[in-house]
Design a protein around this ligand. Structure first.
Ligand code: FES
Ligand code: FES
Length: 156
């Protein structure tokens, strides 16, 4: 497989690497950058475990060909905490018992972040819509929705 150079900003840093053209963004993050917080499960766009934010939109990184991510800005779960300080969504998930095994959590949080970045005070329906593509086998979703609600800004 022919290789190509890609230049992608991940969590604020540009990475310029020679990669296989048929690689996905998920493989790039996990295998080239060692950012294993983004999870791999179905590899078919069905579970949302691999969700990251690309140029402001949540995407299933297992479905994004690496050449499509070239020149783009990616945020992964590793990009949310500031040093020891967790992102408010991360704190909310912990404080509201919104995770059990934690496998879906990075994807859930990235879908939620993409929603709150464009709509800081979503309705419950909008929250449910934003995480509709993220499958959780443990929590039953209620605690996840409640956790996200605690981070929304009250409508003024
Ligand atoms: S691993 Fe990408 S959607 Fe399931
Ligand atoms: S916490 Fe286990 S899959 Fe969601």
């Amino acid at each position: 497989m022919e290789k190509k150079i890609v230049k992608i900003m991940v969590n604020g840093d540009w990475h310029e690497l020679l990669v296989k053209q048929n690689m996905t963004l998920l493989e790039f993050l996990r295998e080239e950058l060692n950012l294993t917080g983004t999870k791999e499960a179905c590899d078919e766009g069905e579970c949302g475990a691999c969700t990251v934010i690309m140029d402001g939109r949540s995407v299933n990184s297992c479905l994004v060909p690496i050449m499509e991510a070239n020149g783009k800005e990616i945020t992964t779960i590793e990009g949310l905490a500031k040093g020891q300080q967790l992102h408010p969504l991360q704190t909310a998930f912990i404080e509201n018992g919104a995770l059990q095994c934690g496998f879906c959590t990075p994807g859930m949080i990235m879908s939620s972040k993409a929603l709150l970045d464009r709509n800081p005070c979503p309705t419950e329906m909008e929250i449910k819509g934003a995480i509709a593509g993220n499958i959780c086998r443990c929590t039953g979703y209620n605690m996840i929705v409640e956790a996200i609600k605690t981070v929304t800004e009250p409508k003024g």
